[in-house]
Design a protein around this ligand. Sequence first.
Ligand code: KIV
Ligand code: NA
Length: 276
Amino acid sequence: EGKFTITSFAEKKKTGEKISVLTAYDYPTAKLLDGEVDVLLVGDSLGMVKLGYEDTLEVTVDDMVYHTRSVKRGASRSFIVTDMPYLSYHISLEESVRNAGRIMIEGKANAVKLEGGRERVEVVRKLVDSEIPVMGHLGLTPQSVNATGGFKVQARSADAGEKLLQDALSLQDAGVFAIVLECIPEEIAKYVTDSVSVPTIGIGAGRHCDGQVLVVDDMLGITEDIHPKFVKRYGKLGEEIRAMAREYNNEVKSGAFPEEVHIFKLEKSELEKIER
Ligand code: KIV
Ligand code: NA
């Protein structure tokens, strides 16, 4: 059982073995997930999931570097992909390389991910030419929230599906090693997956993608206020955490905690000095 590397993506596409991806934002979570899934994505969902923002737009390169460093310390087997945040790859090619380079060098990511299709071809090519592997992201792209007017299912027509495929082919041409497909009908995701040579990683994109990705807090049941249809909850960690906090609170107030086993005692000779 080896390390998942950049070449593993093409191998999985060939063998048909599915690629598993979970987000991770910190050291302890990365340590738990390392080697259990193929890829850890330090997503800019960080802004919403961990920082409590309304959307992902105000996440910074500094935020992504900081969290990637933390994830990297906990992970030695899983491949680490980090999102380029909003405006870090929109202004100029030069700034884009510098920002992606910081994520790779300071953050120690194995690759970066950015959102968008044909309009990103130039920047993808520039990063790939700079030896920075790039993952694409199409369909629902949360950094476009002000342009699209909200988080909703994308490519809901044959025409929109065709446009999405052209975007995927543009990204493939520009050199991405994989493409995330978010929140699109299963049939469109299958059409794209069958038509591109790089693996597709789906989230809310049905069963036929080459891999799947979920936000870790969603699948653990820590996120409780939003219930997207595409999330499967593998547990109810949120409820468990709250129940444990409640029990602790009760035991502190009642004096049931701490108990004998949790206590440091003074040596008997020292105790006698106090009692004198
Ligand atoms: O930021 C993120 O978590 C993502 C995944 C949902 C694909 O981009
Ligand atoms: Na993201």
